[in-house]
Write a protein that binds this ligand. Structure first.
Ligand SMILES: NC(=O)C1=CN([C@@H]2O[C@H](COP(=O)(O)OP(=O)(O)OC[C@H]3O[C@@H](n4cnc5c(N)ncnc54)[C@H](OP(=O)(O)O)[C@@H]3O)[C@@H](O)[C@H]2O)C=CC1
Ligand SMILES: O=C(O)C(=O)Cc1c[nH]c2ccccc12
Length: 491
């Protein structure tokens, strides 16, 4: 049976026949702590049922409410329910405090819908803050990267630096009063058919203690991103290799590689830029291109290629835009196949749509490839202690390896659901349809359309939840009064 939020609240509905819960609502009513009352507590005849009373815990004021919530009681199907702290969220739970989670939270704030944001790291946008290299800038012009309702500051350059982007995200969170629960990692989330609610289990590791918490909510917004986890390839002998092996997400700058022979595995945007940065720090990179890659100029005649593509897409079919992009690329960059950079048979935009593989925007790596400062090499067969053997039989001495092998979604590792998301952790439906699932489940920032894709998902989701939330809170206000009288008359 599906019971709606309005039947869960008001919290003042008491019945002597069902064991009560104690609900501590936070003052802003965003969330509540939920405890089952111990039986002795309930049976004490001296106990007077009061509907609400105000208590103070650690300088915060809470409303303490004794209540019976019959359908919440149905959640208490296992003993384990009683062993962890339980938090009822009056609104959606958003998993992830990156750009996608922040954008959704901001749009919900504007609608007046309360929410809780859960974040495994100790800061917002941890990929940007902790797992990116120093020289990173946005690849696309700023108008394609800003989040809803708050534009970038006027004085930001066309391609903001990573520092500027993070600064913007921090001010964004502050402006919309988004205060994520940091250091809280979601272990599992599943829909409880009986109660019609989502149960989100987290482990909180703030300080030295480990706390298990269960959030119960009507809506769940997945905002954990396309790049939640690094991809580590399994390559024969890599464990025996004696030099340093790291992933591109740990790479900061080429400084510590000066004078070293570095093998960069992968030629996406990360692999290309890491190779360029290594050159600029007097290291000798060899970049593995095992299949194919589309390299496009970042700008053509002072206009961003991405912007040109967006403009052309308004008038022309995708296949034609792809053809034109390849002609522009050929005019600006020349034939890159002779340097070992084979182009995929599909055009760059079609490939992005079909597989999610992003074209590389050239920031200077191509000139280094042409000059021979970056060597392009084919796939890897195996590693030995200090060498790499390639598929063509060639052997190279290597001091260090940087794996620029990409990222993946981690949704399947925690979300117990198979309708909206497929096994690869992305929504099954192609953009723009993958943002909404069943029973109050949403996905933001998985459309493979960068930050502008995340923004448009966020706006749709907030609108969708906002409509239901407003209808239900209106209804609930009416009922609260009615129930309240009933309670008083009962006791
Ligand atoms: N400033 C910006 O906006 C930036 C944006 N990005 C974005 O971040 C996302 C991630 O980019 P990135 O980190 O480059 O990852 P990608 O997934 O784009 O690229 C991974 C690369 O690693 C290769 N690879 C994977 N496994 C192996 C293997 N075993 N042997 C050899 N090669 C291998 C892939 O080759 P294959 O194609 O053959 O599988 C591919 O070339 C992308 O969307 C990218 O556009 C990244 C950097 C900067
Ligand atoms: O980096 C990504 O994954 C993006 O989606 C943004 C992006 C960078 N370069 C592009 C070229 C075509 C489409 C999207 C992008």
């Amino acid at each position: 049976m599906h019971l709606s939020l309005s039947s869960l609240l008001p919290s003042t509905y008491l019945s002597p026949s069902t064991p009560p819960f104690i609900l501590i609502l936070s003052k802003n009513q965003n969330s509540a702590l939920l405890f089952p009352t111990p039986s002795n507590f309930y049976s004490q005849s001296s106990l007077k049922y009061t509907n609400t009373t105000t208590v103070s815990i650690k300088q915060n004021t809470f409303e303490l409410t004794l209540l019976v919530m019959e359908n919440l009681f149905r959640l208490a199907d296992h003993d384990e329910f009683f062993s962890r702290r339980c938090v009822w969220v009056n609104g959606p739970v958003i998993v992830g405090a990156g750009p996608s989670g922040l954008a959704t939270a901001a749009c919900l704030r504007e609608q007046g819908v309360p929410f809780v944001v859960l974040e495994r790291a100790e800061c917002i946008a941890s990929l940007w803050q902790k797992r990116t290299y120093d020289r990173l800038k946005l690849h696309l012009p700023k108008q394609f990267c800003q989040l809803p309702k708050l534009p970038f500051p006027e004085d930001f350059p066309e391609y903001p630096t990573k520092r500027q982007f993070i600064e913007y995200l921090e001010s964004y969170a502050k402006h919309f009063e988004i205060n994520p629960q940091f250091n809280e990692c979601v272990q599992s989330a599943r829909y409880d058919e009986t109660s019609g609610l989502w149960r989100v289990k987290t482990v909180s590791t703030a300080g030295s203690t480990r706390n298990e918490i269960e959030y119960i909510c009507r809506w769940l917004v997945v905002a954990t991103g396309e790049n939640a986890e690094r991809v580590m390839p399994e390559i024969e002998g890599l464990n025996e290799f004696c030099g340093g092996v790291s992933h591109a997400c740990e790479y900061k700058s080429g400084e510590k590689f000066s004078g070293k022979k570095v093998l960069v595995v992968g030629c996406g945007n990360s692999g290309m830029e890491v190779s360029l940065d290594l050159c600029n720090h007097n290291a000798s990179p060899s970049m593995v291109v095992r299949s194919s890659v589309h390299v496009l100029p970042k700008e053509v005649l002072g206009k961003s290629t991405f912007e040109l593509a967006v403009m052309m897409m308004k008038w022309l079919p995708l296949w034609l835009v792809d053809k034109l992009l390849l002609i522009l690329a050929w005019l600006v960059l020349g034939n890159i196949e002779k340097y070992g950079l084979k182009r995929p048979s599909m055009g760059p935009l079609e490939l992005k749509n079909e597989t999610g593989k992003t074209p590389v925007l050239d920031l200077g790596a191509l000139a280094k490839i042409k000059s021979g400062d970056i060597k392009v090499i084919p796939g890897i067969k195996r590693f030995t202690r200090n060498q790499v053997e390639l598929v063509n039989g060639q052997k190279l001495d290597v001091d260090s390896v940087v794996l620029a092998t990409g990222y993946r979604s981690n949704v399947p590792s925690w979300l117990q659901e198979g309708e909206l998301f497929s096994k690869n952790g992305f929504p099954k439906a192609a953009s723009p349809h993958g943002w909404k699932g069943n029973a109050g489940l949403y996905a933001v920032g998985f459309s493979r359309r960068g930050l502008s894709g995340a923004s448009s998902d966020a706006m749709k989701i907030a609108q969708d939840i906002g409509t239901v939330w407003k209808a239900e809170t209106k209804q609930q206000k009416k009922r609260t009064t009615a129930c309240h009288r009933r309670c008083i008359s009962q006791f």
